[in-house]
Design a protein around this ligand. Structure first.
Ligand SMILES: Cc1cc2nc3c(=O)[nH]c(=O)nc-3n(C[C@H](O)[C@H](O)[C@H](O)COP(=O)(O)OP(=O)(O)OC[C@H]3O[C@@H](n4cnc5c(N)ncnc54)[C@H](O)[C@@H]3O)c2cc1C
Ligand code: SF4
Length: 454
């Protein structure tokens, strides 16, 4: 069944332009002149602000002296996904936000782009920097092939563990491959990093859903420890009348198409409303505009001040011509012949702060109005996929489904460790990698294996 009105198709050149890299690769001269601006601070606040604590001044200095391979080594030792993090990290909120240049009202050093410059060099030239240590006889399974498991698996393989990753998707990389906006990184970029981990001898079992195609009991029998890097599930439903109409599409499902299909083959409405104001909502509205939707609305029940998206992401949506409906609560999806035709909304006022300090929206009676749309995309968070762990393994979970872990990322079941979105509730790639690496250290300590460094 087609949508009510489809966005006009663009030419191949227009799609290429719209989804071109937002932060393209630096030239050699640009990288060297940018590296020369760095003060190589002794207490490097940029390094402290990075969840994987990459030694930023060290890698930048190596770029300046022309040792690009050495620079990449510094980055990848701390973060095996340093390539994607150079492209997708919210650097303005992390390393670049902490750069001392900000205090002098000068532009922060472009750490993300310098990082990408160095790692691109080793990936483009197929330079293998790391090797697995001799086998130590221990076997570890990782469930999920997203950033958390990749970080965990790479560390363990470098120390001599035999690691197998099980993932239900066809391709590895998790949301890095399937979720992050195409103008930041393409699936091919993420897969190059999956290959870096594969080169360390890690086995990838793609298309295998744990709990269905292989049981947790089987993993327990076959492996000495299991790391859970399950991530989060699909987008929450709207739970509004009309949310089953054709044209209501989950945010993750919509974005996934931009990573796995030709842009020409993606069905997008002429008028699209996205509900929510987090970073995922921004990815939806910018993707819809860049795919050719003429009117794209972001509908949020709180005010602009409460918007959870990063400022940089918000600016992107503004530049793309997205229309914002603040303090607006959707109440019903309207349709005709089973297809979306509009979104009925009501205005809100903000009441007292809730337990998290966010002001609670209250509906203002009599302010109902309709936005004419052909597509509605809820981006109101992702469902946890962890209930299976409570049911099958008796692993303790928080009320919202996050896995409870101790300081070594071990769960309440001593054989299981966990990290990434399924533990932190949904942060960034760099946090997932950091937690996966911390869990690797926890597994290593728990199994008491003398570590052989490569
Ligand atoms: C739309 C969107 C845009 C984002 N943009 C950014 C961004 O710009 N920058 C940034 O840093 N972060 C971004 N993020 C966040 C980032 O993608 C995540 O924080 C990160 O991918 C989490 O890694 P993870 O390994 O914990 O989970 P995931 O990447 O979700 O990987 C989990 C994997 O587990 C698999 N799995 C789940 N259950 C099973 C099972 N039972 N059996 C086998 N496999 C299973 C899944 O198939 C998946 O491959 C974005 C997230 C979304 C949703
Ligand atoms: S804070 Fe800025 S100037 Fe100082 S080391 Fe880090 S990137 Fe260089």
């Amino acid at each position: 069944m087609p949508l009510g009105n489809l966005a006009p198709k663009l030419t191949a050149e227009e799609y290429d332009k719209n989804f071109a890299e937002i932060s393209p690769q630096m030239t050699r001269s640009h990288a060297i002149s940018e590296a020369a601006r760095c003060l190589y601070c002794f207490d490097a606040p940029c390094t402290k602000a990075c969840p994987t604590h990459i030694d930023v001044p060290a890698f930048i200095k190596k770029i300046y002296t022309g040792n690009i391979r050495g620079s990449a080594r510094v980055i990848l030792e701390a973060n095996i996904l340093g390539h994607s993090c150079g492209r997708v990290c919210p650097t303005e909120a992390l390393c670049e936000g902490a750069c001392v240049m900000n205090l002098e009202k000068k532009p922060a050093i472009e750490i993300g782009r310098l990082q990408r410059y160095a790692v691109d060099h080793v990936l483009d030239n197929r330079i293998q920097l790391f090797h697995a240590a001799p086998a130590n006889g221990f076997k570890v399974a990782c469930v999920g092939a997203g950033p958390a498991s990749l970080g965990c698996a790479a560390e363990l393989a470098k120390w001599g563990y035999s690691v197998s990753i099980f993932d239900k998707n066809v391709l590895g990389g998790g949301l890095n491959t399937y979720g992050i906006a195409a103008y930041k990184t393409r699936a091919e970029d993420s897969l190059r990093e999956v290959d870096l981990v594969r080169q360390l001898g890690v086995t990838f079992c793609q298309g295998v859903e744990v709990g269905k195609d292989i049981t947790f009991a089987e993993l327990e029998q076959q492996f000495d420890a299991v790391f859970l890097g399950l991530g989060l599930g699909e987008t929450w439903n709207l739970s509004l009348p009309g949310d089953d109409l054709h044209g209501v599409v989950g945010a993750i499902e919509f974005i996934e198409q931009t990573k796995t299909k030709s842009f020409l083959d993606i069905e997008v409405g002429r008028r699209v409303a996205c509900i929510g104001a987090g970073n995922t909502a921004i990815d939806v509205v910018t993707a819809a505009r860049r795919l050719g939707a003429e009117f794209v609305y972001l509908v949020y029940r709180r005010s602009e001040a409460e918007m959870p998206a990063f400022k940089y992401e918000y600016e992107l949506a503004k530049r793309d011509g997205v229309i914002f409906y603040w303090q607006t609560q959707p109440v019903r999806v309207l349709g005709s012949n089973g297809v979306v035709t509009g979104l009925e909304c009501v205005r809100t006022r903000l009441g007292a702060p809730d337990s998290r300090g966010r002001r609670t929206p209250e509906l203002i009676p009599g302010t109902e109005f309709v936005i004419d749309v052909d597509m509605v995309v809820p981006a109101v968070g992702q469902r946890p996929v962890t209930e299976i762990l409570r049911a099958v393994l008796g692993i303790n979970l928080h009320k919202d489904g996050r896995v409870i872990v101790n300081a070594g990322y071990q769960t309440s079941h001593p054989k299981y460790f966990a990290g990434g979105d399924c533990v932190n509730g949904g942060k960034e790639v760099v946090d997932a990698v950091a937690e996966g690496m911390a869990a690797a250290r926890g597994i290593d300590q728990c199994l008491g294996c003398p570590r052989a460094k490569n």
